[in-house]
Design a protein around this ligand. Structure first.
Ligand SMILES: CC(C)(COP(=O)(O)OP(=O)(O)OC[C@H]1O[C@@H](n2cnc3c(N)ncnc32)[C@H](O)[C@@H]1OP(=O)(O)O)[C@@H](O)C(=O)NCCC(=O)NCCS
Length: 188
């Protein structure tokens, strides 16, 4: 299997493991109300982010259920970490995974999420050998849904008011892509 924590390059980004020096950049993302709006998390302080970063920096273990590959997204033009994404393998026996993450609003709307998801799917399907990858989102999160659809994931489920998050009932949508569908997207 490929060494997942080696830095990987896309057109505009480097995907790499988190490092201690990422604390300021990560705090700038996690402290924002807009970034946390449609997630379970609340805006986090620098000290709270320090603890999250420490958990991200733990070396990835073997591929077992619920393991997470946490990926720092470095914008090469600025040498700044502008995002935190993850690839989780959910059920190793069924070869299922999950992708997701956040970008700093300074860089929203430039197609970076699609660029990141494509690289994470390459890892998931081509290197780990997963069969199907899902992404979950709040049904109101049009940016998240748009970036998933543009990556080639398709809506499989829309759960109506299935969660009580931040004081209100919320809808959850589940998007997914199977290996064969992903292979078809590569030829486009
Ligand atoms: C969700 C998120 C990662 C998307 O990142 P992004 O790089 O801005 O998304 P992209 O530029 O790749 O968008 C791809 C497509 O999604 C759609 N889209 C993106 N942002 C949108 C918005 N605000 N409103 C409507 N559609 C949007 C568009 O169709 C876009 O394609 P186009 O620009 O060619 O029209 C980013 O908005 C984010 O970090 N949000 C805060 C954290 C979050 O909610 N994460 C998801 C948790 S489930």
């Amino acid at each position: 299997m490929a060494q997942l924590i080696e830095p990987r390059h896309t057109a505009r980004l480097t995907l790499r493991a988190f490092e201690r020096r990422d604390l300021d950049d990560l705090t700038a993302i996690f402290e924002r109300a807009d970034v946390n709006r449609f997630q379970y998390s609340e805006p986090r302080s620098r000290e709270e982010t320090r603890a999250v970063l420490a958990s991200y920096m733990k070396a990835p273990l073997d591929i077992v259920d619920d393991n997470v590959l946490n990926v720092a997204i470095l914008q090469r033009s600025s040498e700044r970490v502008v995002g935190a994404f993850m690839l989780r393998w959910l059920r190793n026996d069924h070869h299922q995974g999950e992708i997701g993450g956040s970008l700093h609003p300074d860089v929203h709307g430039r197609g970076l999420a699609v660029e990141i998801y494509r690289e994470l799917l390459l890892i998931a399907f081509d290197e780990i050998g997963l069969h199907r990858v899902i992404a979950r989102s709040d049904g109101r999160n049009v940016a998240s849904i748009g970036s998933l659809e543009k990556t080639g994931l398709r809506k499989e489920a829309h759960f109506i008011e299935n969660e009580f998050v931040k004081g209100e009932w919320t809808d959850e949508v589940v998007y997914a892509i199977r290996r064969t569908q992903w292979q078809a997207t590569l030829s486009h």
